[in-house]
Design a protein around this ligand. Structure first.
Ligand SMILES: [Zn+2]
Length: 99
């Protein structure tokens, strides 16, 4: 047994991902680069509503899927101590995070 690297579902050894969507999302997520100063800015200087607006703008600017961007920002923010996310240690952010 192995695991889908995106959703962590169990899959057979012969497969790399459980679905085409997971494959696409996985590579889309890796392509998303979030600068630390951006995360710092939206967590320190923005309220929740403003943060949402900034994230939507950022997604549009780079043509990224909003839900993927949001989940990655949450993980980066957790690493930086702005969000409480116990799963962050096992997340794929580890392997693709850049300053
Ligand atoms: Zn999957």
């Amino acid at each position: 047994m192995s695991f889908c690297p995106f959703c962590k579902k169990k899959i057979s050894m012969s497969k790399a991902f459980c679905s085409k969507t997971c494959k696409e999302n996985y590579f889309d997520l890796i392509a998303i680069q979030i600068p630390k100063p951006f995360v710092k800015r939206i967590y320190i200087f923005c309220n929740e509503y403003e943060r949402e607006e900034e994230i939507i703008k950022f997604a549009k600017l780079h043509n990224w899927k909003l839900d993927l961007l949001k989940s990655k920002i949450k993980k980066v923010a957790a690493k930086m101590g702005y969000e409480d996310d116990p799963s962050v240690r096992n997340s794929i952010v580890e392997s693709c995070y850049e300053d």
